[in-house]
Design a protein around this ligand. Structure first.
Ligand SMILES: O=C(O)C1=C[C@@H](OP(=O)(O)O)[C@@H](O)[C@H](O)C1
Ligand SMILES: C=C(OP(=O)(O)O)C(=O)O
Length: 428
């Protein structure tokens, strides 16, 4: 479906964004492994999280949708999942694929994990290799580096794994497998990635240890059902934050957003660029910090973003590039090769689609170089490459352009932010 986005003068008012995608996936998975009934509120009803529900139902877990955003998960216990009699289809969701592989590694049954065309291109060796080292049998295309992947788990031994990438999906897959392994299982990362798994495992009563740079769990630790309140997703809020930062006269309040420090790189960088962002009503909900974010437009300047900042804003880089087109001077994003293995190659797709608006964007081997201070042109016909973040980032570019843009395959937005178009309409 095509979506036409008209330019906006400014954005204003008060909004809420849908629930955090990372936390929603984990709430379903950990609830499924727990003893007892887990209630989830604020669940993200996006396509990716619905894929997680579907996969765990296929393994016999009772998951009731009490409303769009409320779930009741009746845990099967650590050893209660059943062999699925069909493929486990993760759709477009890398998080479902990789975290679930960690859980499947510990199950004494066979199953096959697959997904859409994007998932079948994304690198799975980063989890299948360490999971094999722990003792799981995994096979698939390119020697188990690409889905569909066939898994026969069970009899795992704990390992200490030095991950070559700062990836919460890799870390989480190994820690989840560690729950089924003998002894202790630890992961060390080159840069810290989001820590929702560690926080939520603790909320389910599982001790998580930090020592010598390794995050670890002990095999056999039981999960006890709990209540999960999912905060709004800062990665979704990012599109609105950038819109408000670049449209002069904007003043927007985004209520109830997760501000876990492993996720707030976008706030730090937008502030460094000159956006005015205030955190109001800071509080802790369950195990995650949240706040209301007030953002007002400011004169932006270019910045360099690299190193340990990258995992803290990895999914926000396409929309950060849009902000950079409106900043005085040059913005460079480096150390971000991981962008090449997301739903699309986001270095290539961000550059190609932004150029259709007349932006000056250079693709670097590990990031992007953007010459700011340019008026964006209307009339662009944007390809989303079936990537939700590209679709929404380009919608934000269209808001600041001098004429409407058409965005193809708009439905990809439903992966993480159902209702985005309507919400943007309401704050004009
Ligand atoms: O663990 C998670 O929930 C996620 C981790 C990140 O991926 P990587 O672990 O591949 O960096 C992120 O890009 C993804 O949207 C969600
Ligand atoms: C990379 C993303 O998700 P996943 O890896 O779960 O597909 C994303 O949502 O931007």
């Amino acid at each position: 479906m095509d979506m036409v986005i008209e330019p906006a003068g400014r954005v204003q008012g008060e909004v809420e964004v849908p629930g955090d995608k990372s936390i929603s996936h984990r709430a379903v998975m950990f609830g499924a492994l727990a003893d007892g009934v887990t209630h989830v509120r604020g669940f993200l009803p996006g396509a990716d999280c619905l894929s997680t529900i579907d996969c765990f139902r296929k393994m016999g877990v009772a998951i009731e949708r009490l409303s769009e955003t409320e779930l009741r998960v009746t845990g099967a216990g650590l050893h209660g999942l059943q062999e699925p009699d069909d493929l486990l289809d993760v759709g477009n969701s890398g998080t479902t694929a990789r975290l679930m592989l960690g859980i499947l590694a510990g199950q004494p049954f066979h199953c096959t994990v697959t997904g859409d065309a994007s998932i079948r291109r994304r690198p799975m060796g980063r989890v299948t290799n360490p999971l094999r080292e722990m003792g799981t049998k995994i096979d698939g295309r390119e020697d188990g580096r690409l889905a569909p992947l066939s898994v026969r788990g069970g009899n795992l031994r704990g390992i200490n794994y030095d991950s070559p990438v700062g990836s919460a999906q890799v870390k989480s897959a190994i820690l989840l497998a560690g729950l089924f392994a003998d002894g202790s299982t630890g992961v060390k990362e080159p840069e810290p990635s989001r820590d929702h798994t560690e926080r939520m495992l603790r909320a389910f009563g599982v001790p998580v240890f930090e020592a010598d740079g390794y995050t670890s769990v002990r095999g056999g630790a039981k999960l006890t059902a709990t209540e999960i309140e999912v905060p709004g997703d800062i990665s979704s809020a990012a599109f609105l934050l950038v819109a408000a930062a670049i449209l002069p006269g904007s003043d927007l309040l985004i209520r109830n957003v997760g501000i876990n420090p492993t996720r707030t790189g976008i706030l730090d960088v937008l502030r460094e660029m000159g956006a005015q962002i205030e955190l109001l009503n800071e509080r802790v909900s369950g195990d995650e910090p949240i706040a209301d974010l007030r953002v007002r437009a400011g004169a932006l300047r270019g910045v360099t973003v690299r190193g340990a900042m990258i995992p803290r804003l990895i999914d926000e880089i396409p929309v950060l590039a849009v902000a950079a087109t409106q900043a005085a001077g040059v913005t460079e994003i480096r150390d971000a090769k991981e962008l090449k293995v997301k739903e699309s190659n986001r270095i290539a797709t961000t550059a190609a689609e932004l150029r259709k608006f007349g932006a000056q964007v250079e693709e670097l081997e590990d990031g992007l170089r953007i010459i700011g201070g340019m008026k964006l042109r209307g009339g662009a016909i944007v390809e989303t490459h079936h990537d939700h973040r590209i679709a929404m980032a380009m919608a934000v570019a269209a808001l600041v352009a001098d004429g409407p843009a058409t965005i193809r395959d708009w439905e990809s937005v439903d992966v993480s932010f159902p209702g985005f178009a309507q919400l943007v309409q309401n704050i004009r």
